[in-house]
Design a protein around this ligand. Structure first.
Ligand code: NAP
Ligand code: GLV
Length: 306
């Protein structure tokens, strides 16, 4: 059993050591051009050359939930692509989104500004019923986030491709359900995969259908959002602000308008980090299941794009 590791922008050595520890019977190495054929690969945004030089690969294990960077490559249709299936991400995402929603709802940024100037000021409590949170994407991460928001008694709406029935969550589906979902939502949380269908889906036309005083939390991919449209809607007063973890260009360029916008909070693609030990335990478990001829979760549908 040969396992190769190929990361675009991450040193592979700690992963090689950790996979060897978790799976001592495997031969594990970091990929270099011309390396011998492997049976399985653990990857993040590998180059096309890697795919072309490894025609014998059975499985590509992506060390993230989103596979958009992988599906941009020319992949043999028979190659099994497997995404990370939570592996400690959903609790991080729930923390991040609840923090962003509560910070906005309770106006903690305003209190910070006041206390920095020694001002003791109360703000009028807002009505939770007027802060419906809409979670776009009810998959592994979105469903966990929606349930975490319910704990704080926000009204929660959900949006997905297929129909869902989640207790206490108003679920909408498909393009025909989008206008009703948006108009019922004050705080929009994006947790959809980036696919040709969802690219640029957060734009003037969709964001302007949100309730007045809307807020965006984008934790999925930068290319979902038409960035200029968000700035226009915030500056015109229709939207109250945004918390953004992902951007069309990462790292966010030094001169980007988001950095210093008073109503936009920026974080460096950190809402749900890949946890090495949890991820390796999951991947090794799946390789062993495949060896036993058993089915595994998290296999990506190339056509659907996630
Ligand atoms: P997932 O399990 O694949 O769930 C995706 C959800 O989006 C599903 O509910 C799916 O609907 C829905 N969806 C897909 N296409 C749609 C469309 N055209 N219209 C409506 N709904 C659509 O994905 P996940 O594990 O929850 O992760 C979601 C994304 O989060 C990833 O793809 C990645 O880009 C991003 N992410 C970001 C970070 C970060 O640190 N910022 C970390 C991890 C992941 P169905 O249920 O009907 O299939
Ligand atoms: C991170 O962005 C991931 O897709 O896991």
């Amino acid at each position: 059993m040969n396992i190769t590791i190929c990361f675009a922008s991450l040193p592979p050595e700690p992963w090689v050591q950790a996979v060897l520890t978790a799976f001592p019977e495997a031969s594990v190495s970091a990929w270099t051009p011309g390396a011998p054929q492997a049976d399985h690969a653990i990857v993040w945004a590998p180059p096309q050359q890697f795919i072309d030089e490894q025609p014998g690969l059975q499985t590509l294990f992506n060390i993230g939930a989103g596979v958009d960077a992988l599906l941009q490559l020319k992949l043999p249709s028979s190659l099994k692509v497997v995404r990370l299936d939570d592996a400690g991400m959903s609790v991080q995402m729930a923390e991040y989104v609840c923090h962003a929603v509560i910070r906005h709802f309770r106006e903690f940024d305003g209190y910070d500004t006041d206390t920095q100037t020694g001002k003791w000021s109360y703000r009028k409590p807002r009505h939770r019923a007027e802060f419906a949170v809409g979670v776009m994407g009810l998959g592994v991460l979105g469903e966990r986030v929606a349930k975490a928001l319910q704990v704080f008694e926000f009204p929660v709406n959900g949006y997905s491709r297929s129909a869902k029935d989640l207790p206490g969550i108003r679920c909408f589906r498909g393009a025909q359900g989008l206008p009703e979902f948006l108009s019922a939502t004050r705080v929009l949380v994006n947790l959809m995969p980036l696919t040709p269908e969802t690219e640029n889906i957060l734009n003037q036309g969709t964001l302007s259908q949100l309730q007045p005083g809307a807020y965006l939390v984008n934790v999925a991919r930068g290319k979902h959002l038409v960035e200029e449209d968000l700035i226009k809607l915030i500056d015109s007063g229709h939207m109250a602000g945004a918390t953004l973890d992902v951007f069309r260009t990462e790292p966010l360029p030094a001169d980007h308008a988001f950095w210093n916008h008073p109503k936009i909070t920026v974080t460096p693609h950190t809402s749900a980090r890949t946890l090495r030990e949890e991820s390796i335990a999951q991947i090794v478990g799946k390789i062993q299941a495949l060896q036993r001829g058993e089915p595994i979760n998290g296999v990506v549908d190339h056509q659907r794009g996630y």
